[in-house]
Design a binder for this molecule. Structure first.
Ligand code: 5RP
Length: 261
């Protein structure tokens, strides 16, 4: 791997090779998502516990100070909305020149495997890999399911992750599921877990994150379960401990309770 590519990838992670990416890209199809109406305000107290920010160029330029001392993963696919016909009908939204102007350390592209737009979104990924390889910029594939949340099982996610890796993604972001080791096992590049809609309890979040880490994930890209929590800072601290300090579920709960005080 070229030095620049390797350096960008390493900077996205801690020295342990694990990562806590903070996604605030939801507005690209959801509009002003709850608790993300003012993204700069939302992330100000929590970004210190994270390794990188996942964001669109619009929010980056309008809401994030350029003094940000964390690497940026730029969301570069989109073109659909919650109220439109099909969330899978994405194209590439951002040129490689703009990725470089934003000083991005990586880019993120969604693929909708099994959907009507499977080929289009897989080719979006391939085209972005082709452009980014010229400049040593890693591409993170996002195995998206749109509104079909029931698709999230090891067989489907394993298939989607493997295809994304085969097309050149350097990291794949996918959902946690039962038998997550099967997903990781079939994917030749590192896998990070997305959070999905907010869970009912903090413990549920800690449990799936801990399980995924023990089954081979390198980290998380988890947003709503942090910034939609009534206690975003304690959530971020506790998750950071699972990712970087090998904390158990019980230890994460204790860190959460302590930070709440
Ligand atoms: C939206 C995304 C988000 O980055 C991803 O879903 C992670 O955020 P959350 O933990 O809130 O699900 O790619 O398409």
């Amino acid at each position: 791997m070229d030095w620049g590519m390797e350096n960008r990838l390493k900077n996205l992670m801690g020295s342990d090779g694990h990562c806590f990416f903070m996604p605030i890209d939801h507005g690209y199809f959801q509009g002003p998502t709850r608790c993300l109406e003012k993204p700069g305000v939302t992330i100000a107290p929590i970004i210190q516990y994270c390794d990188a920010l996942f964001v669109t160029r619009g929010v980056l330029r309008s809401a994030i100070p350029s003094s940000l001392n964390k690497p940026v993963i730029l969301r570069v696919s989109g073109g659909t909305s919650m109220v439109g016909k099909n969330l899978a009908n994405e194209e590439i939204t951002t040129s490689i020149e703009d990725v470089i102007r934003c000083n991005a350390s990586a880019v993120g592209v969604s693929v909708f495997v099994g959907s009507e737009f499977e080929k289009q979104t897989l080719l979006n990924l391939s085209k972005m890999v082709n452009a980014c390889e010229n400049y040593g910029i890693p591409v993170m594939a996002v195995t998206a399911v749109g509104k079909e949340m029931e698709k999230r099982d090891a067989r489907y996610l394993g298939l989607a992750c493997r295809i994304a890796a085969e097309l050149g993604a350097k990291v794949v972001k996918t959902y946690w599921c039962e038998n997550f080791d099967k997903v990781v096992c079939g994917c030749p590049v590192p896998v990070v877990m997305a959070g999905g809609p907010k869970c009912n309890t903090e413990k549920e979040v800690f449990e799936f994150v801990y399980d995924g880490m023990t089954k081979g994930a390198i980290g998380i890209n988890l947003g709503r379960n942090v910034w939609q929590s009534p206690q975003p800072v304690p959530m971020a601290k506790a998750l950071n401990a699972i990712i970087h300090k090998k904390a158990s579920v019980k230890q994460a709960q204790d860190i959460f309770k302590e930070a709440k005080k």
